[in-house]
Design a protein around this ligand. Structure first.
Ligand SMILES: C[S@@+](CC[C@H](N)C(=O)[O-])C[C@H]1O[C@@H](n2cnc3c(N)ncnc32)[C@H](O)[C@@H]1O
Length: 283
C-alpha cells in the first residue's frame, strides 16, 4: 500500500472506526492510496477547485484529493459511522474538508458549493450511482454547477454511459450523457482493489459538460427515451404509444421513420423527438 500523507493506512482507519462494509449502502472500500491518487489525478488540476465527493466512506479518495491540492472538498456521506474517520482527515487538512452527513440524492448542490462551479469526484455506491448521474445530467440551469465529473461505476454501467448508436450498450443513459456531456472511460479497476471485492470489474469515467448542447427539455428527453428503450425491439410507432400523443405526427415532425427502432436513433434524433413531444403536449 502506498502512502500519500502521514495519516494511518486505510486498513487501520477502517478497523479503528469499525467500518464493516454494509451492502445496503453499496460499500466497497478502496484500500490502496496509490489507486485513489490515480482517480484523483483524473480530476486535476485541483488547486483552485472545490470538489464534491459523494460517499467518502473511510476517506481514501478524500485523502488523495486533498493531498493533490484540492482547495476544498465537500464530502457527502450517508453512513454516520464514517464521520469520525473523516473528522480525522479534516483535522489533518484544517479548513479544507467539509463533511456533510446525509443522502447525496437529497443534497442541494448549489447551496453546498456557492456561486463557483465545482468538480464531482466519487467512487459511487452502486445502488444509487445511476440515479445520481441522471440527476446531475438533468441539472438546471445548464451549464451546470460542475465543470467535470470523474466517477467510478461498475464496468457495465460505464459502457452504458459512453455507448454510441449501434453499440449493444446504447440506451437511455447513453442518450442523456451524450446529449449534454462528452463521456469517456479512463481505466478499469479490478475487483481485487476493493474490500469486499465486487463480483465484476469497475471503470472510472470522465464526463465533461458541453457548453451548448442542443436545446431540449430534460424531462421530455427522459420520457421519450424511457418509452423508446422500454420496448427497444419494437418499432418506434409502437413503443412511443405510451407517450399519449399522436405517434405518427411526432415521428413525422422529428423526421424519423415510423418503422425505426430505438437503437437506431442517434442523440440528435432523440433530441428532435423530445422537442416535438413538448410541442404536441402543449397543443
Ligand atoms: C463504493 S463506497 C466508496 C467509499 C470510498 N469513497 C472508497 O472509495 O473507498 C460508497 C460510499 O457511498 C456511501 N453512500 C451510499 N449511499 C449514499 C447516499 N445516498 N448518499 C451519500 N453517500 C452514500 C456509502 O456509505 C459508502 O461510503
Amino acid at each position: 500500500m502506498g502512502s500519500i500523507d502521514d495519516l494511518p493506512p486505510l486498513r487501520d482507519v477502517i478497523r479503528k472506526h469499525e467500518l464493516r462494509p454494509k451492502k445496503s449502502l453499496g460499500q466497497n472500500f478502496l484500500h490502496d492510496l496509490n489507486l485513489t491518487a490515480r482517480i484523483a489525478r483524473a480530476a486535476e488540476p485541483l488547486e483552485s477547485v472545490t470538489v464534491i465527493e459523494v460517499g467518502p466512506g473511510p476517506g481514501g479518495l478524500t485523502r488523495a484529493l486533498l493531498s493533490l491540492g484540492a482547495r476544498r472538498v465537500v464530502a457527502i456521506e450517508r453512513d454516520e459511522r464514517a464521520i469520525g474517520a473523516l473528522q480525522e482527515i479534516s483535522d489533518h487538512y484544517p479548513g479544507r474538508l467539509e463533511i456533510v452527513s446525509g443522502d447525496a440524492l437529497e443534497a442541494d448542490y448549489n447551496a453546498l458549493i456557492g456561486p463557483e462551479r465545482c468538480r464531482i469526484v466519487a467512487n459511487l455506491p452502486y445502488n444509487v450511482g445511476t440515479a445520481l448521474l441522471i440527476q446531475w445530467l438533468t441539472a438546471e440551469p445548464w451549464p451546470p454547477f460542475y465543470d467535470r465529473m470523474v466517477l467510478m461505476f461498475q464496468r457495465e454501467v460505464a459502457e452504458r454511459i459512453v455507448a454510441r448508436v449501434g453499440d449493444d450498450a446504447y440506451g437511455r443513459l447513453a442518450v442523456l450523457a451524450g446529449w449534454r456531456t462528452d463521456a469517456k472511460i479512463l481505466f478499469d479497476v479490478a475487483p481485487s482493489a476493493f474490500v469486499p471485492p465486487p463480483s465484476i470489474t469497475s471503470s472510472v469515467v470522465r464526463l465533461e459538460p458541453r457548453d451548448t448542447p442542443i436545446p431540449c427539455d430534460a424531462n421530455a428527453l427522459q420520457r421519450v427515451t424511457e418509452a423508446a428503450f422500454g420496448q427497444r425491439r419494437k418499432m418506434l410507432r409502437q413503443s412511443l404509444k405510451s407517450l399519449a400523443v399522436d405517434t405518427a405526427a411526432l415521428l413525422g415532425a422529428a423526421g424519423i421513420e415510423p418503422t425505426a427502432r430505438a437503437e437506431e436513433i442517434d442523440v440528435p434524433g432523440f433530441v428532435a423527438l423530445a422537442q416535438e413531444y413538448v410541442k404536441l403536449k402543449n397543443q
